[in-house]
Every structure is written in structure tokens, then in C-alpha cells.
Design a protein around this ligand. Structure first.
Ligand SMILES: Cc1ncc(C[n+]2csc(CCOP(=O)(O)OP(=O)(O)O)c2C)c(N)n1
Length: 910
């Protein structure tokens, strides 16, 4: 496959290399073989090291398990096309394989995306936990084992070590990691320090994993070696291989082709080996050195079976292998991406009896091997189909149950009136607490305990979502307001008794953290390990797609530390996991708590939707909409939800106060409004015109919030409102709306009408999701445009011609984060913009001080507004008076740019 990928005829000059990793494939050949041909079931999940992907595909080809999305099998022709299509682009009409495992591959059943080493094995462990969690909570999931094949250098990734103790403590017995221990990495031989580390890296891994509660199985030797060990002096050879040699020396010995010289060299360095060396032939020594256990399928399969017997502890199998096994490049230092030449490929083909141009061939179905494969394929395919049938059954069950009490309501209806200056993080706590309470309240009122109130009609539809909801945090559950969701509800191996209660020292003001496996236990407590939680939230978020159980995982993390798990976060989005990540508190708004934590997760990644609500009610709507979309499978293209919250309180009453001033929310308004404190001739005092009822206003607001932005202050419809003269639009993200409001008030005193548009989702408004519909909501929903507002200029006019001057409405944006969050609005629309954001490291202080320090406070917004208004180009246009008379402001939707673009195939007249 790799050779073929590198020999396509459609190359263009300057194309980047295609490449591939035959040597890395070869070392995993038998590990993958034992898995496919013996150990795995169609219910199991396998995470492969990225460079073993072609091996995985090849086994699936041999097993006739390349499938379309509807689970029908690829024809022989299509399967060959796929094998010929490694690393090839397809528009969907051809079957291909990506360089590393991906959903585009026709064998992606129960796959883990790969490419980034160090993450898939961890996802496999958390997927195993998700299965167990689902089962303990009464959902039907298949009996599956979770396998991960990793490289020995990959095993130095911090992400893996972060998860190692966690998997053991959580008793993930259904997890087996298989280490492809080939002693080489990308740059060549791995050179470790045997002296200081008290042994080879394999020894170190064994001790590390055993110390962390894992079962360890070393598969060091193949049958040829075992036969040599049984000979007289054979023990010396075993001891030499296992104890004496360091990995680098072994790799060097493998490079020596002259056996006489080799024997001499070994005897010189290791005199005790002399007798053994004299007793074996050159060939025996040559083969014995290369006969690693990781190429002995039977031993590997036995180890895999053994690993399944360890039901409480996870297992690591250290499979000793040869990088480049069976290839000329075997053990060569630079073999990681070296490609075989045509003569080697031909020799490999000939050895398999493949002739002519054919590159791929299945085994003769009438041969014993062919029959074995057919039976194996049928078994695995049957299990795969059973999984899909179970998924369909689960989906049907949940859909029916989720609509039992009608649609999921728009809000959980948290009362914010009793709290002074609540913040969005507080609101998260209220929402998760309420969901938890609803989940743990029986519908059957006769089963209510003393303290439980029956569920209201609004709460009943949340009963099942509440049960499906699981929260988790990297040791910041209490500091991110998740206490009620944690208290007495920790899901974990029930290995301790409640000592505090037994000893009478329980502090009931603090959450009870003793783990258990009750149905009401729906919180996963983590050590400080953001990477683990991010992988876990991703794995739980895949349960909907894999087995049809729409568990709703939510994690909290200090926003600043999302970057520590950014790779895992990206992975989850690529994998199309459906999850909620709450970065809180976020931005420099968290000062004085953490001055050093000023970076904010303002990132644009496909399949993500970010939210940054200003008021608490917005978060209620966003959360309920997110939950509904998740359980109803209605979030394609935005399955990863990232909420950025703050601990900065906001006067919630201001929301309705400002909304009620807007002309669009007034009842029976005739004429134009004016602000009470700044009366304008011809304007009606805004306070004298009644506004609509709160519910109607909030209904409209909810729709706008969920589209990404809303006018909080809107002077359209006010007397003296002159776009192109005294109007500016301020876009403020999340909590920065407070600064927008203050700036707008200050500007009004100077006769400037500054609209304040609260941005709730930068992605929807002007990010990737907005791009999908050409920023329709920004342009047409909010009506932000680049209209040139013309006025007669003072310049001398001649005849019918007059000079007019025009300006557009400029934009100022302000974000507690990167300037780039909102700085494209001006260019999208075609108006002058000034973007304010955080451009320096932060320090301690109250928000007012810190915002001023970063120049994102109200004063900075005022200044920016002044600047853009002044700098907005005064464009001069000469028109005829009659034409000007006919000019009017064109309202309505803007033309699509393609209307103005020359047609692609112009018709030429000859
Ligand atoms: C996170 C990450 N870092 C770097 C790489 C590039 N890379 C791919 S494979 C590899 C070496 C892998 O060596 P090892 O884990 O020993 O596996 P082997 O190929 O030798 O079996 C590197 C550095 C990557 N894919 N992902």
C-alpha cells in the first residue's frame, strides 16, 4: 500500500512527499495479526499506533471487512480501489484510506482516530470506563474489550503516564495496552541509560506499570529462541538477551551480517557467551537473535487472552519486536520512513505467490487459511452487526423516552432574583445541581423521600437528560461550582468505607467524596490531570454514536488550562465526540484570583461551538439547547461545546431594563424615541412608551442568543439617529458587555448613538459556523452593513451635478481574550473597525483595574469609538441631483456576492 501510494502517476512538480512507514508497520504485523485473527471480537475497540494503520487495513481486507456506511461490504473491486487509495484524495466517490485511522476509512468500525501519538490509548481506557459506567447505570452495552497498540517511544508521552495510575485506580480491567517494543523511534535507535535505570526500558516499563497497579506480561522470545534456551548453555543466551544486553547494543548486533565477526564480537564483550556461541550454527544465531516474541502470533494471542482474565487491573503486554521485520530495512537506524525499492516489493510479492501488476490479493477461499479467514470474518461481522442492532434499539428507546413528557423545555428556569450579582459560573452550578436533583427524584411520587419535592411539569422532560448527564473535573469540581453534583455522587471503584462518617468527623458542609457505583453516582472525580479529563469527556461523548446511549458528559476546567489538554480537545472534535467543556473562570476577568491565568481558550477548530454568555439566563437557554441537540442527535458540525464562563457578577436586572428601551420591544410605538436623560426634538421619552411583556421579549432574546448575538442597546428608531454621522456599533463578547454598556452611556452624553451588540457565540457570528452561511445572521439578522450614508457636501456644485459625502457605520469590538476573536467583523462587512482585546500578560487587580490595564475597559471602548468615527473615510461622490433625489436607503437583505461576479462560463459572441 505504501509503495503504491508513492508511485502514483498524477504527481505534480513541487508536491510534498507522500511517504509512509513500512518498518513501523512490519514491527506490528504479528501483534495486529493476533488481534485480528484470534483475540478481538467485533464488539472490541482497537487503538493503533498511527503507523500501523496500513497493517490494520490489510487484515480487514483479508477478512473481507471493508464496509460502507450502511454496513454492506465493499465489492472486491471497491476493496482493491481502497487498498490502492492510501493517502489519496477522494471527493467521496472513491474508497480510500487516510494516512492514519480516520472516519473516512471503510474499516472505521470501533476505531480510534490516530496520527497524534499518546492520545488514542488513553481514549481507549476512558471508553472502557464509559462502557462500564453505562452498564452500572442500567443501559445496555456490548461486552467489549479495549485494546491499544503503542510504540515504545510513544510510551514516553506524558499523556500516557497521566492516565496510567488513573486506569488502575478505576479498575479498568477491560483495557489492554500492547507495547510494540522495537527499540527504535523516528530518529533511529532509542538509546536509554541501562545503568542508571537499572535495566532496559522494557524493565523500566514493567516496574513502572506494576508499581501503578497494572498487570504486566513480557512477550520477549519466539519459539526458535525457546528451543535454543533449552539447549546446553542455552540459559546463558537467555540471560544475555534479557539481562546483559542493552537495547542499543542489541540493535547494533542486528546490523552485523557477517556471523563469524558477530560471534567474535559478542565473545569479546561477553566472554561467558563463548561456549554457547561455539555450540550454535551461524544460522541459528542469526535467527535466534531476531526471533522476538512479538512476532510469535501464538504467544501474543495467549498473552492477549491472559490479559482478559485480569478483570480488575488493566494489562500491558510488552511485545518485543523488530522494526522492519521481514524487510531489508530491518533494524536499520534510519528505517522509520524508508521505503522499499521495486525489486524488494517484487520479491515480497513473489514470496506470496502474487504475480503481474496485482498488488493485493486475498487468500484462496478453498485453502485451509482461506476457510479460517472466512469463518473468522463471519464471526466478527456478526458481532459488528449485533452492535449496530443494539445501537438502533437503544436509539429507538431513548427517542421514545426522551419525548415521553413532551419536548425538552427551553430553560431549567433557575431563579436569579434572590442572588445579588450572580455570575455565569454560579449559574452553571445551579443548572447542574438542578439536573442532578431532577435525575435523582423518582417520577413515582409514592417513592419520594421526605426531603424530595415532586417534579414539576417543566422538570419532568429533564428527568432522562438528567440521568444521562455526567459531570467531571480535574480537581476543580468545588471551585467551579459543581459541589451539588458531586456531593455523595462520586462514581468510582467502591474500595473504601466512609471512614469520616464512621469516625464521626464528617464535615457535611463539604461534598461527600467517597466513591461508589450507585445509579445516582454521576460525577467523575479526577486528580489534577486536565489531559485525562479531556480524553474522558471525549470518550463518554462518543457513547451516543457508538452504542446509541446519549450520555451527556460535561467537564469543568479552569479555562487557562484547556491549553494543557488542547491536543486531546482537538482529538475529540476530530472524532466528532459530542461533549460539553466548560472553561471557567476564563480570561483576565478572573483577576485577582489568578493573575497568571490570563490566556483564554479562544480557538477556532472545526466542529466546535463556543459560547460566552453575558447574563445567567443566557446560559440556561444555551445549556438546555445543547442538551436537547445532543440527545436528539441534532448537533452535526458543532458536537463539541465550549462554554467560557466567569466569576464576575453582573446585575441581571439590567438585561430587561435595556431591552425594554428598544423600539422593537415597544407597544404601539408611533414616531421615534428619545432617551429620558437626553431628550431630542421630535423624540418621545422612551419611558413613556410601554414595552411588551417580559415573556415576549425574552422569547425573542432567546432566539437571538442562540444565533450568536443580540442588541442589548439598540438606538435604531431613536430621533436623531443618523448612520454615517453619529452611529457606531460596539460588539462586546460575554462579560465585556458591561464595558460596552458603560461606553455607550458615556458616548450618548457626547451625542453619539452607540449600539451595544452582546456576542454570545463568536463561532456563530463571525467564526467557522458563521462562515457556513456567509455570516447571514451578522449581515441580515442583525442588519450590520456597509451602507454608504450620503449627505450633500459643502463643495460647490455645477449644473445638475452636486457633490455628496458619505460615511459608513464603523465597528468597535471588545473581548476578554485574543483580539482576533471578533476582529474580522469590519472586513466581513466592509467598514472600519477597531478591535480591543488582551495583548499582554496580566496581573492582579479588580476587573475595573485590570480592564483598564489591558485597555479593554469602557474608557478604551469610548476612545476606540471616537477613533473609528473620526477615521471613517469621508467618501466623496458626484451625482446628479435627480439621481440623488431618487436615492434612498435600500433596506432588506444584502445581495449575494455571486450576483455581482462574472459568470464562470461567459457566452462569447463572435
Ligand atoms: C504527538 C506526536 N508527536 C510526534 C509525532 C511524529 N511521530 C510519529 S511516529 C514517531 C516515532 C514513533 O516511535 P515509536 O513510538 O517508537 O513507534 P515505532 O514507529 O517505532 O513503532 C513520531 C515522532 C506524532 N505523530 N505525534
Amino acid at each position: 500500500m505504501i509503495w503504491q501510494a508513492n508511485h502514483r502517476s498524477d504527481k505534480e512538480k513541487g508536491d510534498p512527499k507522500i511517504g509512509g512507514h513500512p518498518a513501523a508497520c512490519a514491527s506490528s504485523l504479528h501483534i495486529m495479526g493476533a488481534l485480528h485473527l484470534m483475540a478481538k471480537t467485533g464488539f472490541d475497540h482497537i487503538a493503533n499506533k498511527p503507523h500501523a494503520s496500513p497493517v490494520d487495513h490489510s487484515y480487514n481486507y483479508l477478512l473481507d471487512l471493508l464496509l460502507k456506511n450502511d454496513l454492506t461490504k465493499l465489492t472486491q473491486e471497491q476493496a482493491d480501489q481502497a487498498m490502492n487509495g492510501l493517502r489519496k484524495f477522494t471527493d467521496g466517490s472513491e474508497f480510500v484510506f487516510q494516512s492514519y485511522h480516520s472516519a473516512y476509512d471503510p474499516d472505521h468500525h470501533n476505531f480510534f482516530p490516530s496520527g497524534t501519538v499518546g492520545i488514542p490509548p488513553v481514549e481507549a481506557g476512558y471508553m472502557a470506563l464509559a462502557y462500564r459506567y453505562a452498564r452500572e447505570h442500567g443501559y445496555e452495552v456490548p461486552d467489549a474489550h479495549f485494546w491499544a497498540v503503542c510504540g515504545d517511544s510513544e510510551f514516553r508521552e506524558g499523556s500516557m503516564y497521566e492516565a496510567v495510575p488513573d486506569f488502575a485506580e478505576r479498575e479498568i480491567g477491560s483495557l489492554t495496552w500492547i507495547l510494540d517494543y522495537n527499540r527504535q523511534s523516528l530518529d533511529g535507535h532509542r538509546i536509554t541509560n541501562k545503568e542508571i535505570m537499572n535495566g532496559t526500558d522494557a524493565d523500566r516499563v514493567e516496574r513502572t506499570m506494576a508499581a501503578n497497579g497494572w498487570e504486566v506480561i513480557q512477550v520477549r522470545h519466539g519459539s526458535k529462541r525457546l528451543a535454543l534456551f533449552a539447549k546446553k548453555d542455552g540459559e546463558t543466551f537467555k540471560n544475555f538477551l534479557e539481562k546483559k544486553l542493552e537495547d542499543y547494543e542489541l540493535q547494533s548486533l542486528l546490523l552485523v551480517q557477517d556471523m563469524k565477526a558477530l560471534k567474535k564480537g559478542i565473545a569479546k564483550e561477553h566472554p561467558d557467551m563463548k561456549k554457547f556461541l561455539d555450540s550454535v550454527s551461524d544460522e541459528e544465531l542469526y535467527e535466534g537473535l531476531r526471533d522476538f516474541g512479538g512476532h510469535d502470533m501464538i504467544q501474543l494471542a495467549q498473552a492477549m487472552e491472559q490479559s482478559k482474565l485480569s478483570t480488575r487491573r488493566p494489562t500491558i503486554i510488552i511485545a518485543h519486536t523488530l522494526k522492519g521485520w521481514g524487510l531489508k530495512a530491518a533494524a536499520q537506524p534510519g528505517n522509520h520512513s524508508s521505503l522499499p525499492q521495486e525489486d524488494e516489493v517484487n520479491a515480497l510479492k513473489a514470496a506470496q505467490g502474487i504475480t503481474g501488476d496485482t498488488l493485493y490479493q486475498r487468500l484462496d477461499p478453498n485453502s485451509a487459511a482461506g476457510k479460517f479467514l472466512a469463518a473468522r470474518s463471519e464471526k466478527i461481522f456478526g458481532e459488528m452487526k449485533a452492535q449496530y442492532a443494539l445501537k438502533a434499539k437503544n436509539q429507538e428507546y431513548f427517542l421514545k423516552k426522551l419525548t415521553e413528557f413532551g419536548e425538552i423545555p427551553q430553560a431549567l428556569e433557575i431563579n436569579t432574583k434572590m442572588t445579588s450579582y450572580p455570575h455565569t459560573q454560579w449559574m452553571l452550578g445551579q443548572l447542574t445541581a438542578k439536573l442532578t436533583r431532577i435525575a435523582n427524584t423518582p417520577l413515582d411520587e409514592s417513592k419520594l423521600t421526605d426531603k424530595q419535592k415532586p417534579l414539576t411539569e417543566n422538570e419532568k422532560p429533564f428527568k432522562l437528560p438528567g440521568e444521562l448527564f455526567i459531570s467531571m473535573a480535574p480537581d476543580v469540581g468545588t471551585s467551579t461550582n459543581l459541589n451539588p453534583a458531586m456531593d455523595g455522587k462520586i462514581f468510582g471503584a467502591p474500595v473504601v468505607v466512609d471512614h469520616e462518617t464512621d469516625l464521626g468527623v464528617k464535615d457535611h458542609k463539604l461534598p461527600d467524596l467517597v466513591p461508589g457505583e450507585e445509579e445516582s453516582d454521576r460525577f467523575l472525580r479526577f486528580e489534577i490531570a486536565e489531559g485525562n479529563v479531556m480524553s474522558c469527556v471525549g470518550a463518554f461523548g462518543k457513547m451516543r454514536d457508538i452504542v446509541g446511549v446519549p450520555i451527556i458528559p460535561l467537564m469543568t476546567v479552569y479555562d487557562f488550562f484547556i491549553k494543557r489538554a488542547l491536543d486531546q480537545y482537538f482529538y475529540n472534535l476530530y472524532w466528532k465526540s459530542s461533549f460539553i467543556c466548560v472553561g471557567t473562570p476564563s480570561g483576565v476577568s478572573l483577576s485577582p484570583e489568578g493573575a497568571q491565568h490570563g490566556w483564554k481558550s479562544d480557538i477556532q477548530i472545526p466542529n466546535q461551538i463556543t459560547w460566552e454568555p453575558f447574563s445567567c439566563i443566557e446560559l440556561d437557554w444555551i445549556m438546555c439547547d445543547t442538551i436537547k441537540r445532543h440527545v436528539m442527535n441534532d448537533n452535526a458540525g458543532r458536537t463539541g461545546t465550549l462554554l467560557r464562563l466567569v466569576t464576575r457578577g453582573v446585575e441581571q436586572k439590567d438585561l430587561l431594563k435595556y431591552l425594554k428601551t428598544q423600539a422593537r420591544f415597544k407597544q404601539g410605538l408611533e414616531g421615534q424615541l428619545s432617551r429620558a436623560e437626553f431628550p431630542v426634538a421630535g423624540g418621545i421619552n422612551e419611558e413613556e412608551v410601554a414595552a411588551m411583556d417580559d415573556a415576549s421579549i425574552l422569547q425573542t432574546l432567546r432566539e437571538e442568543v442562540l444565533q450568536g448575538a443580540y442588541y442589548l442597546i439598540d438606538y435604531r428608531g431613536y430621533a436623531g439617529y443618523e448612520p454615517g454621522d453619529n452611529v457606531v456599533n460596539i460588539f462586546a463578547l460575554g462579560t465585556m458587555v458591561t464595558e460596552g454598556i458603560k461606553a455607550s452611556e458615556a458616548l450618548l452624553a457626547r451625542g453619539i448613538y452607540a449600539n451595544v451588540i452582546a456576542v454570545t457565540s463568536q463561532d456563530l457570528l463571525c467564526g467557522i459556523l458563521g462562515h457556513e452561511n456567509d455570516y447571514d445572521y451578522l449581515k441580515n439578522g442583525l442588519g450590520i452593513n456597509s451602507n454608504l450614508y450620503l449627505r450633500k457636501s459643502e463643495d460647490v456644485s455645477t449644473g445638475d451635478l452636486i457633490t455628496v459625502a458619505g460615511k459608513r457605520v464603523p465597528v468597535v469590538s471588545v473581548a476578554d481574550g485574543e483580539i482576533g476573536m471578533l476582529d474580522n467583523i469590519g472586513s466581513l462587512i466592509g467598514v472600519r473597525q477597531e478591535a480591543l482585546g488582551v495583548i499582554k500578560h496580566s496581573k492582579c487587580g479588580r476587573p475595573s483595574e485590570i480592564y483598564a490595564y489591558h485597555h479593554i475597559d469602557a474608557e478604551a471602548v469610548v476612545e476606540a469609538c471616537g477613533k473609528v468615527l473620526a477615521e471613517t473615510a469621508l467618501e466623496k461622490v458626484i451625482v446628479s441631483e435627480s439621481a440623488l433625489g431618487a436615492t434612498h436607503q435600500a433596506e432588506g437583505r444584502t445581495a449575494h456576492w455571486t450576483d455581482l461576479w462574472p459568470s464562470k462560463n461567459p457566452v462569447h459572441k463572435h
